[in-house]
Design a protein around this ligand. Structure first.
Ligand code: GMT
Length: 377
């Protein structure tokens, strides 16, 4: 197939999923065209069958807001027509699903029919999409996509609960490349971070409010009162400054490392003993899956799609959002019991294997085929 992929090229989970999906499809012989305003973060080396089309937004003194949607629509029309795409897959509903609808209408006037698949990732429904500023457009563009997928059953339910949707939504979970995310021996590295054998807790996110990053510090503070420990804070975002202030307040700065946006996350996960994800809302929790693939048990909230991934009492523990006492207690119990910790490590890995990209890619291929077929009748 000749496939177009639209996504955000930044560090967010939706961009990572879209890029890894495209690379995976390309390795199975499909031609994949990424259409984005910047080279996606994980599209950083040459790969056979992968093409990149940059969307340039023309500046003009009249524009207070550069019309990205219009520029993306024009680019889509151009790429779909000249590269003869078979299908367009847009990730994150806003504004991509609406833009795809517009491009589809333009191409129709030229006698070209392009099937459009929209993948809902989470905040495009739960946090941003349900806002009155976006909701009517999100609802319309889901109903006018030829196919829609959601990354968890929970997100599908949220979408159906909030919007009037008259189309089937297919659930295809996030996935993981187990050849990259795996536990490797990084003892020298571990020694540098935790020279006296302290336990290593880690957190990866974009440090937005929805991630409840302050809870991560509160949990760590309680754990560290009982067990010598270090915390790795990986990523960056709007809450960073308030986190640093909280570190000072709790007097834990010496044991917390802010590492910023990292590419080789798997190396940091390889030295981690626990992964903390206390999110307010989380449609799936790709960062937790990456941790589990590296044999790191997950202490998380029980919100959204997280329970579809993290199994309470098996791969980690689930607690109510904001219950930092419970999350700290679960962490301490696990870290104090070596045999139990190892059992959870093994079980976390076994669970991650269920989301192996090699199992998920055929699901997308079959879904594309079914959408294209449904347009022929
Ligand atoms: O929350 C993020 O890190 C970014 C966000 C995005 O859309 O880029 O992630 C969402 O999509 C991921 C990939 O499908 C999911 O694994 C995350 O759970 C989801 N985030 C939220 O729902 C808050």
């Amino acid at each position: 197939m000749n496939i177009g992929i639209v996504c955000y090229p930044t560090y967010g989970g939706s961009g990572v999923v879209a890029t890894e999906l495209g690379k995976g499809l390309a390795s199975r012989g499909h031609k994949v065209h990424f259409i984005t305003y910047r080279q996606p973060t994980r599209l950083n080396s040459f790969q056979q069958n992968v093409y990149y089309h940059e969307v340039g937004v023309k500046d003009y003194p009249l524009f207070e807001y550069a019309p990205y949607d219009t520029a993306l629509t024009s680019k889509l029309v151009d790429v779909i027509k000249h590269e003869r795409l078979d299908i367009l897959h847009v990730h994150y509903a806003i504004p991509h699903a609406a833009v795809a609808f517009m491009a589809k209408q333009i191409l129709r006037t030229q006698g070209i029919e392009i099937p459009v698949v929209t993948t809902l990732h989470g905040t495009d429904i739960t946090l941003v999409g349900s806002h009155p500023a976006f909701a009517p457009v999100v609802e319309f563009s889901i109903n006018n996509s030829d196919g829609t997928t959601a990354v968890s059953h929970s997100l599908k339910k949220d979408t159906l609960d909030f919007f009037k949707i008259n189309k089937e939504i297919e659930v295809i979970h996030n996935f993981i490349d187990l050849s990259r995310f795996k536990k490797t021996n990084k003892d020298h590295f571990k020694k540098a971070i935790a020279p006296d054998g302290e336990k290593i807790l880690s957190h990866v996110s974009n440090f937005r409010k929805v991630k409840r990053v302050q809870d991560v510090l509160q949990i760590f503070y309680k754990v560290r009162q009982q067990i010598p420990a270090k915390l790795l804070m990986i990523g960056d975002g709007p809450e960073r400054q308030s986190l640093e202030a909280l570190c000072r307040e709790l007097n834990i700065c010496g044991d917390v490392r802010f590492l910023g946006k990292q590419d080789a996350i798997e190396e940091l996960l390889a030295v981690s003993d626990l992964f903390i994800m206390p999110s307010e809302s989380e449609s799936f929790g790709l960062a937790a899956l990456e941790a589990m693939a590296c044999e790191v048990p997950v202490i998380s909230s029980n919100t959204g799609g997280i329970p579809e991934l993290n199994i309470h009492g098996e791969t980690g523990y689930l607690s109510n959002v904001g219950d930092v006492d419970a999350m700290a207690e679960f962490s301490i119990n696990l870290l104090k019991d070596e045999a139990l910790h190892q059992k959870f490590r093994d079980q976390a890995f076994a669970q991650a294997e269920k989301f192996d990209i090699q199992n998920i890619l055929p699901k997308y291929e079959a879904y594309y085929q079914s959408v294209m077929k449904s347009m022929l009748v």
